[in-house]
Ligand binder design. Structure first.
Ligand SMILES: NC(=O)c1ccc[n+]([C@@H]2O[C@H](COP(=O)([O-])OP(=O)(O)OC[C@H]3O[C@@H](n4cnc5c(N)ncnc54)[C@H](OP(=O)(O)O)[C@@H]3O)[C@@H](O)[C@H]2O)c1
Length: 268
């Protein structure tokens, strides 16, 4: 399956990408710029966003609007909607997120609250704010879509990643429900469940990236996702992890959870 060559014409001129300062979000920004989109990019590390903008302007003539914002703050989605109100955005990539690994009781309570804000509150409120804007585009015969980055860990409760796994189950449910509401109107909704993907995420969670097997480059995951934009509601961005989780979900639930617990237990 290929990326529609006219995606920037149908869903542009501007795409919003949250979490574009590294990893999968940066890869979305790079690919969308190469396809001809202008961009609004959001994250906390404004220096990274500025460097990305300079690089994409030089490579593709992309106009990049950087939005330096801490998405863990409750007002952040409203600020993001206000900061993009003058931009003609047809594709919203709600990708920012982070995880916490380890026994649930050992996780920092405040960090878990921040994670719920970034992983759950932001996509929910961004979708709420952008639906009228995307509907207006459809009424004018133009393309419109959401991509939401969830995780394969949202497909089943993952022991030793309980809060993150629950946050990504929220994204999957949100994306599926919105696909049910919006796809009849011609608004694309695709929830991406990446498997292990090269990014800063593993190191930030104290996981040695070298120990991760079957990791894909973020660019490959992003290209496959864009090719599946019209094929919602969900997309698992890795053949290996698709087969693994399909087999896991076919097992009796208790058996699957015991196997997951054994595999995910710290120090194993
Ligand atoms: N890599 C994987 O194997 C994998 C697997 C499944 C799902 N995912 C999901 O993929 C998405 C992207 O993660 P990644 O793997 O690319 O990791 P990453 O390299 O760590 O990127 C995470 C992005 O989210 C942004 N972000 C995090 N907290 C934020 C906050 N409070 N405010 C604003 N932005 C924030 C970061 O920007 P700043 O730090 O500059 O703010 C960064 O741009 C996440 O939703 C993650 O859960 C990744």
């Amino acid at each position: 399956m290929n990326i529609p060559p006219d995606l920037a014409r149908t869903h542009g001129p501007v795409a919003l990408v949250t979490g574009a300062s590294s990893g999968i979000g940066a890869a979305f920004a790079e690919e969308l710029a190469a396809l001809g989109f202008d961009l609004a990019v959001a994250a906390r590390r404004g220096d990274r966003l500025a460097a990305l903008g300079a690089r994409l302007a030089a490579a593709h003539g992309t106009q990049v609007t950087p939005i330096t914002v801490d998405l863990a703050r409750i007002e952040a989605p409203r600020e993001l909607l206000a900061a993009t109100s003058a931009l003609d955005i047809g594709l919203v990539v709600s990708n920012a997120g982070f995880g916490l690994k380890g026994p649930h009781a050992a996780n920092d309570a405040a960090a878990m609250t921040d994670m719920l804000m970034v992983n759950c509150h932001v996509p929910l409120q961004l979708a709420h704010g952008f639906i009228p804007r995307l509907r207006a585009r459809r009424a004018a015969g133009r393309g419109a879509g959401f991509i939401m980055t969830a995780s394969v860990e949202g497909l089943i409760g993952c022991p030793y990643s309980a809060a993150y796994s629950a946050s990504k189950a929220h994204v999957i449910a949100l994306g599926e429900a919105l696909w049910g509401e919006l796809s009849p109107e011609g608004i694309d909704v695709l929830t991406l469940c990446p498997g292990a993907t090269e990014s800063e995420a593993a190191a930030k969670q104290g996981v040695d990236p070298a120990l991760l097997t079957h990791q894909l480059p973020a660019r490959d995951v992003v290209r496959a996702t864009l090719a599946h934009l019209g094929e919602g509601p969900g997309f698992i961005g890795s053949d290996h992890y698709r087969a693994l989780f399909e087999a896991m979900l076919a097992r009796p639930r208790r058996e699957a959870l015991r196997a997951m617990a054994a595999a995910m237990k710290p120090g194993v």
